[in-house]
Write a protein that binds this ligand. Structure first.
Ligand code: SAM
Ligand code: SF4
Length: 380
């Protein structure tokens, strides 16, 4: 039986009236960017002797060693940018991957070269067998990192056990430091509990604790420097994320705060800031502010995409496999598993899908017009 979330409709505040000028100026610079740099595939992520024949190497030579597994479509928050106001249709439980199926697929990916797994959702902490999944995935031969992205609402008490089970990297999402705004953005209360989880994660030794902050114009763009302050005395890496379009999140260019603009705000306050050397597969542009213990980063998926160095693949909670966050094609791995296909057959399906991966996403304006699933179904 299909279930629906209750619909919680809030209106976003009105946005600045004078955005037309900004749109024109930005379109020009975006066109320049796309024409100059997008076709390049990172040399560090092209055919190497060891990876060129892997099923996880695509037709552009990109080797994918990073798998994101969405553990659930459910969530205890209702963020505007992720969950449509009318809620989402939940996949029937019988069509979601069981723990055994997750581990079997995880093992197939790891034996093909995946070294990093991120658990996401929905909200992964709502899944009761999260500890066991973590423990079993971290025990797979070849896994180096088990990370998780969580909204932090019910995380703090679970952290010690998760760490014991092999969780060794953590992102916690928080978009505002103002409780009333948190309630507006997530349609639920809980900001203090998220902060508590962030500090608990620092105390227990996650280093860095990454804090994901989606920046939206007129909503939280006035808090950028307040977030930078979180990095002053603690090993926190605040990651400012450009607002991305997904089905049902009413994306609109006017709500996007481009990386360049966020950076300007930071530079006005913090003069002594320097760019750090990024890893080729890094989705983030990383910066250090002199005297701060942590760092700040920008995820510029919209204005300066990083498709050329992409190493990411996604397994959704319903068992669909997605090779690009913004791509519309998905292939079911649940169906062949349940039809009795063996590991070799599953590898064939995975490899074929990876080979079909495109060189880059279609650009934000095209993505915004194309049907994709809501983010909560895909997993960030
Ligand atoms: N529930 C967990 C959480 O919120 O951290 C994990 C799932 S959530 C879909 C993963 C990440 O995607 C979060 O950091 C969230 O802020 C980000 N995200 C969701 N929708 C987004 C959007 N439209 N644009 C940019 N980031 C988004
Ligand atoms: Fe839930 Fe995370 Fe989506 Fe917010 S961003 S609705 S916390 S899944």
């Amino acid at each position: 039986m299909m279930r629906r979330y209750a619909s919680d409709v809030y209106r976003l505040p009105d946005f600045l009236a004078s955005t037309c000028k900004l749109v024109r100026a930005f379109s020009t610079s975006y066109a320049t960017l796309t024409s100059s740099s997008e076709e390049t595939i990172h040399p560090e992520n092209t055919d190497s002797k060891t990876n060129s024949d892997s099923i996880l190497t695509d037709s552009f030579g990109r080797f994918h060693n990073y798998l994101r597994i969405s553990l659930t479509e459910r969530c205890n928050l209702r963020c505007h940018y992720c969950m449509p106001a009318e809620g989402v249709e939940l996949t029937p439980t019988s069509h979601l991957l069981s723990q055994e199926e997750i581990i079997r697929l995880g093992a197939i990916f790891v034996s093909s070269g995946v070294t990093k797994i991120r658990l996401t959702g929905g909200e992964p902490t709502v899944r009761k067998d999260l500890d066991d999944i973590c423990l079993r995935l971290s025990g797979l031969n070849g896994v180096e990192t088990i990370s998780m992205t969580s909204n932090g609402v019910v995380l703090s008490k679970k952290l010690p056990r998760l760490k014991e089970c092999g969780l060794n990297a953590l992102n916690i999402s928080l978009d505002t430091l103002v409780p009333a705004k948190f309630e507006f953005m997530t349609r639920r209360k809980g900001m203090e509990r998220v902060l508590e989880s962030i500090y608990a994660a620092v105390d227990i030794g996650f280093d860095p604790v990454k804090v994901n902050c989606v920046v939206m114009r007129g909503i939280n763009d006035d808090e950028i420097c307040d977030f930078v302050e979180l990095t002053r005395n603690k090993p926190i890496n605040v990651r400012f994320i450009e607002f991305m379009p997904f089905d049902g999140n009413v994306w609109n260019f006017k709500k996007l705060v481009p990386y360049a603009e966020m950076m300007d705000k930071v530079k006005q306050r913090y003069k002594d800031i320097r760019r750090l050397r990024d890893h080729p597969s890094d989705t983030a542009k990383n910066f250090k502010i002199e005297g701060h213990c942590g760092k700040i980063s920008f995820i510029t998926s919209m204005t300066e995409h990083f498709c050329a160095g992409c190493t990411r693949l996604r397994l959704l909670a319903d068992g669909n496999f997605k090779v690009c966050l913004f791509g519309t094609s998905e292939v079911s791995l649940r169906e062949p598993i349940r039809a009795g296909v063996d590991d070799l057959g599953l590898k064939q399906i995975i490899g074929d899908a990876v080979k079909r991966k495109k060189a880059k996403h279609a650009g934000m304006f095209e993505i915004a017009k194309t049907a994709n699933r809501p983010m909560i179904h895909i997993g960030g």
